[in-house]
Design a protein around this ligand. Structure first.
Ligand code: CAA
Length: 382
């Protein structure tokens, strides 16, 4: 949905959304999508390219899980046809857990260099209708292969990380919309960033000028720009608005059109940077700041590897953004208010054709997924 549609409905100047928070559109999941289908769809290309054969660890990071007990990754494991010799778990810490998954996977492949780990980050960001957070909703997923021989980004050893028990954003088990202390959350985000950077700087001996590009967690694109300015200020340096725009524009392009996708946001930003820039980034250092309310933050870095361009997915990603169906306000509100039936009955859901995998229905409280790319009955997960 274009945020001008929301602005009109809420009686707000559209520039508050377009310029003030830096968002133009929000991604809204169809009723036959959830984090399982988003995650499986993100990893589908890796499966068809034969990249998942040596995967023995599947870490699924999400804030918007679909079961209190069973890991969403177990459904995905079946849909993608992964080997039964695989450890599969779900990780939670708001928007941060994808980065915890990446770092755990790095340790795993350091010990088992012949094996790979698959990290999936997938989320649907929901705030109450008419709340200040509403315009920052969105959804999306990213799938990452972690291996001992990375072809895209080689992660460096040093990392600054930080935990503090705060209530800036949370979602009790009985709620489907997050609760948030919005202004406070932006302050804690900055505090975590500054602390993580100080640690990273002390451990690595690097200064901000040693980092060529920055990718931040992107709850809304203006937040990343504010974070960049504050980080430089915290070390006594200053950056102008045009310098900030030049430094971050490419990493924010996709998020401006997707909205927040919590665990996936920073990784969507990384894909956006690598795919949108017209420069060769080989050998460049990218600094990454991951933040999950509640809160945990981490600053780490990686070096872009030679030949990385050959494994980017710029064209299909552009196509995915272009092929979306624009929603009217009423369609958005209907989808927002839609809930998967909870009476234990048998339901088949209409097909929206948003990707290779979908939530086909629900039967006796069991979610049933199907693959639209294979006729093989065994690809349907019951
Ligand atoms: N033209 C241009 N700019 C305008 C404008 C107009 N007509 N009207 C307002 N603005 C500007 C304001 O000046 C303001 O700019 P500054 O921040 O630079 O001062 C900006 O638009 C936003 O306006 P408000 O501050 O009035 O917005 P708000 O209070 O209604 O909502 C918010 C902002 C609190 C961030 C809200 O969107 C929110 O709660 N979002 C969810 C929480 C969130 O994303 N927090 C981020 C940190 S936590 C995190 O990162 C984890 C996570 O993923 C949730």
């Amino acid at each position: 949905m274009d945020l001008k549609t929301l602005a009109t409905e809420r009686g707000v100047d559209v520039d508050k959304f377009y310029r003030g928070i830096g968002q133009e559109q929000m991604a809204v999941p169809a009723p036959d999508e959830d984090v399982v289908t988003l995650g499986a769809n993100a990893a589908h290309g890796l499966a068809t390219a034969g990249e998942l054969e040596d995967v023995e660890l599947l870490l699924f990071a999400t804030e918007s899980g679909i079961d209190q007990s069973k890991a969403a990754g177990v459904f995905v494991h079946r849909l993608l046809g992964l080997s039964e010799r695989c450890r599969t778990v779900e990780l939670k810490q708001a928007c941060y857990s994808g980065t915890a998954a990446v770092q755990l996977a790095v340790q795993y492949v350091a010990r088992h260099p012949e094996k790979k780990a698959l990290v999936i980050t997938a989320d649907i960001a929901r705030y109450e209708l008419k709340s200040p957070g509403e315009a920052t909703q969105g959804c999306g997923a990213a799938a990452l292969i972690i291996s001992a021989n990375p072809r895209l980004l080689c992660l460096e050893e040093e990392a600054g990380f930080y935990t503090e028990d705060v209530m800036d954003f949370w979602r009790p088990n009985y709620r489907s919309e997050a609760l948030v202390d919005g202004k406070y959350s932006t302050l804690v985000y900055i505090r975590a960033l500054e602390t993580c950077w100080k640690q990273y700087q002390a451990l690595s001996g690097r200064s901000l000028s040693d980092v060529d590009f920055f990718c931040y967690h992107i709850p809304f694109t203006k937040m990343a720009e504010k974070a960049h300015r504050k980080l430089f200020r915290s070390v006594g340096a200053s950056v102008s608005a045009s310098e900030i725009e030049a430094a971050l524009k490419d990493s924010l392009t996709y998020s401006r059109r997707l909205g927040n996708c919590y665990t996936a946001s920073m990784y969507v930003g990384l894909a956006s940077l690598l795919e949108q820039t017209n420069r060769d980034l080989t050998g460049k250092r990218i600094g990454l700041f991951s933040y999950g309310s509640g809160c945990v933050g981490e600053f780490f870095s990686g070096i872009v590897q030679p030949g990385y361009q050959s494994i980017l997915h710029g064209a299909p990603h552009q196509e995915m953004l272009r092929d979306r169906t624009e929603l009217s306000y009423q369609q958005y509100e209907d989808i927002f208010n839609y809930r998967v039936p909870t009476d234990g009955g048998v339901y088949i859901f209409p097909e929206y054709r948003t990707g290779p995998y979908r939530l086909k229905g629900i039967n006796g409280h069991k979610r049933e997924y199907e693959s639209l790319v294979e006729s093989d009955e065994s690809s349907s997960a019951r």
